[in-house]
Design a binder for this molecule. Sequence first.
Ligand SMILES: [Zn+2]
Length: 275
Amino acid sequence: MHYAKPDKRRMSEEGGIKINGKGLFSKEEVTVSISKAKVNSGIVFAVNKGKKEFISARVENVSNATRNTVLTNDTESICLIEHFLAACSLLGVDDVEVITDQNELIIGDGSAVHWQDALLETGLCSDVKEKYDLNETIFIKRDKKQIAAIPHDGFKVSYYMDWEHPALGKLFVSWEPRDGKDKILRARTFGTKEENDYFEVTDRLLTLDENDFNKKLHEPLEPLYHKILDIIGDLRLSGINPLEINMHVIGFKSGHELNVEMAKSLSSANLKQTA
Ligand SMILES: [Zn+2]
């Protein structure tokens, strides 16, 4: 079946990596090329249609964060960037150019494993260490959703979920880099049957019907680890790899919109270089 085909990668002539895979919104095959960018240029994206204009993965370029995170400039939008950014944060990729032939990136199985594989092939990965101290507490609340970042020794993320559903319910998990990056990178997104049917990805992704998931979870708390993956990806929009900050980020029923607000606060936060 078309969907079950593994994502294919090949080296491009410029020495970058090309990866093909399924797009969520276009429902088409998407080709993404990933190559090294100049030092300090950050993570930049372009759509390969006519004139290529790069859009920086910065919070000021976010146009929408309701269900996924979208970057926009005057002419183009690129959807679903958060899983790629999470892989960049976890694997220490700082300066990279990403060119896609659709207005979105590849969904894969809903995790960041396809990005992990591709980034490892680029040779751009590096060890990530805390370089900054957070010298203030940031707290953001919108209705029942909250997110906080508090000074901490090391980088840590916690998430509290409260879904009225027999397969989920009230759940809490914390993660630190020493727990292993694979736990986060392989954690798949999930959607309701209605949502996933609409995008024709019910068999490809983790799908929640009224009783349970359609596939066996990698581990019981995989949906929460995916929420942490989203937080790590969205916070990269601050311009700093969040794993380089000594802080504990705590999400309480939060999603992309609050993550992006936190990225904005972090971009102007009181950060001090560690001694
Ligand atoms: Zn996600």
